[in-house]
Design a protein around this ligand. Structure first.
Ligand code: ADP
Ligand code: MG
Length: 688
């Protein structure tokens, strides 16, 4: 059997249906076989007609003893009586007049479907529009009845029933000794079926199979095929990682006493244990002869910036430049200011490069970057533009990686020869997804918050409770604290009317809070203006900041103790968590108010309930994944997530770990000697 043969040659398909199937993503025989049934129904045993009760779903079989077609107004009614020896059952189909020629009197037939009362209150039972199948000879195994029956989703032109016929026929022909990409030794260890057997079993479950397992996609066929896909994917990652490590870069940074001295001088406070551990992991990478490829995961406020800065100091002390890329201008500017402040007592030239840096200033910056005079360059994606040339880039840090694509990671890497790359994310990615999206990276976790943080009280309020919220903000302002009020806008697509809404809101808050200084920040403002507003808020001269989601990531003002989120129902969980993380950074008790407008959808309510229930970013991420599913979780393809054919990252997360373990083991044991084929999505260019 040739699995790569065009689907057209599968029995029951043909050229016309094949063309339509192709549009549905099914090109080959294999594509078709890899379409798992949506669910399975247990139609193994036939019920006795005499034992039927309303509400049952059953298979019955017997002889058609009465049959007739009636026309009633605009519809036709085909009605039969089925006799199985224990009793007679009335069965009806609507608007299928052709059944007259199929389900003729005297034929034996099997039916599957719900049993109902013929009419409300009636004692007579009936089946309406059941699935049917002719039983020509007693021993013909059923396709649609008399077994565990796979139920398919409509696929292009093929509706459930014809599709079942096609796939049953196809699966019967799959030889058990089909070529198998999983080595036999691995199959034994994982105790999984051969590929051929698995493809069969998914569509032709055995007589004694556990229907409940099948319906959780954990039948032996499912497990095998999902494991295979995840394994091959992880194998690709393992090899990629090995290749990266194998690149000799011919240099390893030193960490000298002088470096330690500089670090000590910079540190504004002692590092947490977690920060120390992660820094050690980074330093080990930097000192090794291999290029670093490390992801630092850490919840909002865990202090990743400082760790990155210290890593940069190591590169600087070794005579190299360091680049720090942030996802927004505001954030880049803020980091720039932080670094400048912390490095005030060192002599490292630090430059900012965003699209807002223009004209002479830009030229000067580019010149200093190219000459090597600029030692630390902080910027947005402007950093990876072609025109930016570094003299000796040694370390690239990418902050809030989830905002960037794999492409950009690569882009920055290419700015320097075998640059060390440190990627940071505050989006607490569930481990399952981290293994997939970042499977070629080493991962460090900053799993501890700096001391002195107090828990955040999170409450959900209806928009009508605004006066209570205003009181809270006023009280905090009077106590010398600050507050954020956030409106749900996405900075990339900030529309004029959204900006107007935020502007009006700022006016309203000003009116509601006489004597309190209220500022406004949105993505449409010029960067000089934005900078001014942020600086005023950071300095405390602005007490309340009404803002769009431009403040979502990274903004750090420890004196802010209130976060009011307007239209909280419109935000995703990750965003809500990020926003909430802007408060609770100082000693005072902080409050996050989720203002919900109007009636909430079930999903919105679920999100807000998660928020009021926990502050744990990883738990929130897990919940998010459950609520949304992985495709959505990662938004666009920017994550470099492959689309799997059979695996589903939420449903199959338990299989990801063994798949990864085995893949990495294989690469470690055989390394270069491994035969080459990689899954198509991992080949050059397939990633982005
Ligand atoms: P994130 O991990 O979200 O990027 P930041 O790096 O912005 O977090 O740090 C959040 C805040 O915690 C900052 O105000 C930073 O100065 C402070 N901070 C970081 N490390 C420590 C520490 N070891 N002790 C006290 N405060 C710290
Ligand atoms: Mg940060």
């Amino acid at each position: 059997m040739d699995l790569q043969a065009p689907v057209q040659f599968v029995k029951g398909v043909g050229p016309q249906r094949a063309a339509a199937l192709e549009k549905a993503g099914v090109r080959t025989t294999e594509d078709l076989l890899l379409r798992f049934p949506l669910r399975y129904e247990d139609r193994r045993s036939f019920a006795r007609v005499a034992d039927l009760q309303p509400g049952m779903r059953v298979s019955v079989s017997g002889e058609i003893v009465v049959a007739g077609l009636r026309r009633a107004r605009r519809m036709t009614l085909y009605e039969i009586r089925l006799d199985d020896g224990s009793g007679k059952l009335k069965v009806l189909w609507f608007n299928q007049p052709y059944l007259r020629d199929v389900l003729e009197k005297g034929r034996r037939v099997a039916l599957y479907g719900p049993v109902e009362r013929d009419a409300p209150g009636s004692r007579l039972l009936a089946m309406r529009s059941p699935q049917y199948e002719l039983l020509d000879a007693e021993d013909t195994p059923g396709i649609h009845t008399g077994r565990i029956v796979p139920v398919y989703e409509k696929l292009g032109p093929l509706t459930a029933k014809p599709l079942r016929r096609v796939l049953t026929g196809l699966a019967e022909k799959v030889p058990p000794d089909l070529a198998d990409p999983l080595p036999g030794e691995l199959r034994d260890r994982l105790r999984v079926l051969s590929r051929g057997e698995a493809l069969r079993r998914v569509h032709l479950p055995g007589e004694n199979e556990d229907v409940e397992l099948l319906n959780r996609f954990r039948g032996p066929g499912h497990v095998r095929l999902v494991l295979e896909e995840l394994f091959l994917f992880q194998l690709g990652l393992a090899r990629r990682r090995q290749d990266l490590r194998a690149q000799r870069k011919g240099r390893a940074f030193d960490v000298t006493d002088r470096t330690r001295e500089v670090v000590k001088r910079i540190l504004p406070f002692p590092l947490t244990q977690a920060q120390k551990r992660v820094l050690r992991e980074i330093a080990d990478d930097l000192r090794s002869g291999h290029p670093m490829n490390r992801l630092v995961q850490g919840d909002v406020g865990s202090g990743k910036t400082l760790v990155a800065l210290l890593a940069m100091v190591i590169a600087l002390e070794n005579g190299y430049q360091a680049a720090f890329m942030a996802p927004t201008e505001i954030l880049a500017e803020q980091h720039f200011l932080t670094f400048r402040r912390l490095l005030a007592r060192c002599s490292y030239e630090t430059r900012l490069l965003t699209s807002a840096v223009k004209g002479r200033e830009r030229k000067e910056a580019l010149g200093q970057i190219a000459s090597g005079e600029a030692r630390i360059v902080v910027g947005t994606h402007a950093l990876i533009q072609q025109r930016v040339e570094f003299s000796r880039l040694g370390l690239a840090v990418i902050d809030e990686q989830h905002r960037f694509g794999v492409l950009q990671r690569e882009g920055l890497r290419k700015k320097g020869y075998d640059v060390d790359v440190l990627v940071m994310t505050a989006t607490p990615i569930p481990r399952t997804l981290a293994l997939t999206a970042y499977g070629d990276l080493d991962v460090s976790v900053v799993d501890e918050k700096p001391p002195g943080r107090s828990p955040i009280r999170t409450v959900r309020r209806a928009a009508s409770a605004r006066r209570e919220v205003v009181r809270l903000v006023r009280r905090e302002a009077e106590a010398g604290r600050q507050a954020y009020v956030v409106y749900p806008l996405v900075e990339e697509s900030e529309k004029l009317e959204d900006v107007r809404a935020a502007t009006e809101a700022a006016e309203e808050w000003r009116a509601a809070l006489p004597g309190v200084s209220v500022g406004l920040l949105h993505g449409r403002m010029r960067s000089a203006e934005k900078e001014e507003v942020m600086a005023a808020f950071a300095a405390g001269t602005l007490q309340v900041l009404v803002a769009t989601t431009v403040i979502e990531v990274g903004v750090d003002v420890p004196n802010a103790t209130v976060m009011v989120i307007e239209h909280a129902e419109r935000f995703g969980l990750a965003q809500l968590h990020q926003l909430r993380g802007r408060v609770g950074r100082g000693p005072g008790t902080s409050t996050c108010v989720l203002l919900a407008h109007g009636r909430l959808s079930e999903v919105a309510l679920a999100r807000l309930e998660v928020m009021t229930a926990t502050e744990d970013g990883f738990l929130i991420a897990e919940k998010d994944l459950e609520i949304r599913g992985p495709g959505d979780f990662f938004g666009t393809r920017q994550w470099g997530m492959p689309s799997f054919r059979v695996a589903h990252l939420v449903r199959d997360r338990d299989l990801l770990e063994p798949a990864r373990r085995e893949a990495f083991r294989l690469v470690a044991e055989h390394g270069e000697a491994l035969p080459a084929p990689l899954p198509a999505f991992l080949e050059e260019g397939g990633w982005e």
